[in-house]
Design a binder for this molecule. Structure first.
Ligand SMILES: C[S@@+](CC[C@H](N)C(=O)[O-])C[C@H]1O[C@@H](n2cnc3c(N)ncnc32)[C@H](O)[C@@H]1O
Length: 212
């Protein structure tokens, strides 16, 4: 699969195109459902009973785009705060919210690397096909520092027993390690899984939980 180019594939007419593609909607919603199931993953630990206590959770959808992922999370019974850095994408999510009369969705125009979210306020975090873009135009030490700071901040805004499920497309093993290390060194346990374990790049899932 060709990895879309950020931000060019998500602005102006491209945002419109993205939102109108039925196969994209199907893919994003299918992947979101898989990530919701991963929230209850047994390998993440035995605290599944605890994480059920706060139901319905408040879920932060990082890089919510035009809202396919948020819509799926809401239809699974959760409340959602969707965050995206591009107004062209977010405006389409807002249209959906109004047309479908969705009440459980708040939308924020913001950068995942600089989230305006209160500490200890989010139950769980999901991110579908967006997290690899957070290093856009960042290199070397600056890239590493930013990825680490973001992981640290995600830890801070999560409540106790909070989990983070990320589906994304790291470019290569080095980039995958950069992301996994950022979580390992900033208060998370968990593991990485791929549909095709032999692939070096490509679709990857990070299943993480906040350390107690
Ligand atoms: C594949 S799209 C959206 C996927 C979305 N989950 C859906 O269901 O439609 C990726 C999104 O990530 C957003 N994005 C990229 N970098 C970002 C950042 N640093 N902060 C917030 N959003 C970002 C893009 O603007 C784009 O809307």
């Amino acid at each position: 699969m060709k990895i879309p180019q950020f931000p060019y594939d998500y602005i102006g007419s491209k945002a419109e195109e993205y939102d109108n593609q039925k196969w994209m909607e199907r893919n994003q919603k299918r992947t979101t459902l898989k990530c919701i199931q991963y929230l209850f993953d047994k390998e993440l630990g035995k605290d599944n009973n605890n994480i059920l206590k706060n139901f319905p959770y408040l879920i932060l959808d990082l890089g919510c785009g035009t809202g396919f992922s948020s819509e799926m999370i809401i239809s699974s019974g959760f409340r959602v705060v969707g965050v995206d850095i591009l107004s062209d994408m977010l405006m389409k999510a807002n249209v959906k919210r109004k047309n479908l009369k969705i009440n459980n969705l708040d939308l924020i125009l913001a950068d995942i690397n600089h989230l305006p979210i209160k500490s200890n306020s989010i139950d769980h975090i999901l991110s579908i096909s967006s997290y690899n873009f957070i290093t856009y135009e960042k290199y070397g030490k600056e890239k590493k520092k930013d990825v680490n700071n973001t992981a640290k901040y995600l830890n801070k805004i999560l409540k106790k027993n909070g989990r983070v499920i990320i589906e994304f497309y790291p470019e290569n093993d080095e980039e995958l390690e950069l992301f996994t290390d950022s979580f390992k060194h900033n208060g998370f346990d968990g593991y990485m899984t791929k549909n095709n374990p032999k692939q070096k790049s490509g679709q990857t899932y990070l299943l993480l939980k906040k350390k107690i």
